[in-house]
Design a protein around this ligand. Sequence first.
Ligand code: 2AM
Ligand code: CA
Length: 284
Amino acid sequence: MTDGRNDGVVGSKSFTAVAINCAAKAGEWIKTKLGAYASLTIKSSTSDLVTEVDKGSEKLIRRLILTHFPDHAFLGEEGVEAGAAASRKALEDMQEEEYLWIVDPIDGTTNFVHGFPFFVVSIALAYKGEVIVGVVYDPSRDELFVAEKGKGAYVHGNRMQVSKETSLSDSLIATGFPADQQMALPINLKGVQALAPQVRNLRVAGSAALHLAYVAAGRLSGFWEIGLSSWDMAAGTLLVQESGGHVSDTSGIGYHLGVRNVVATNGLLHDELVAALGKAGATG
Ligand code: 2AM
Ligand code: CA
């Protein structure tokens, strides 16, 4: 079936509508599998996990997206070998594509495996290397976070706005403990040690995409993490930017798809957080 205008494309839905539809469908399905997955595979380390639910979610999303947009490119976590080198190369090979969908079928797989309800589906669309749509769906709370470049970011249909704290001492900051326990974890622990006494408190909840959505929603003042992949961040960074926040790498250079060490804040305390990480030798 075609819509008569666009041969081979089913329907004529907008990019954002397709992203929302995919995230909601995958998220609902994932939720039915909570506590009921059949196989658990260890990837690069015992803290880097994948289940058949991650793979099934990615397949569902890939099929739906390519049904609507068969000419678009697709980069999903489960289609790439484990490890930083493979993840870097996969992005390098694809980032010149005109339209590139960047998908994490479950961000927070460790939480999913343990039944800790802090995991999401993350779907982004990049046009010529720049993220133009970002959707993060949290099935545990039925919260859908959506951003379109230049058009703002929304949750439950309400426009999101980052928080207003102006200094670390008043801030709730999140970070993540990386799966790479050899290289990245010791660096991150330096950051944790330095930041914990400087902030109101730290949170480490295990989903980079949902942490970013919470920065966008003003529930967190900021977030940093070392050693992430493009699919962990692509959607969430647009949520933060479109909610008035700022995203950079840990040295302060503005966000692009290749960033792996990320800092995202309400903008007001960005420089202070980047400086504190630098001083601690925790930039990665
Ligand atoms: P995941 O659940 O999709 O694997 C937790 O600190 C964050 O790190 C999560 O967003 C998690 O995503 C991500 N993460 C876990 N293992 C990773 C790896 N090997 N490379 C990059 N990111 C990883
Ligand atoms: Ca994942």
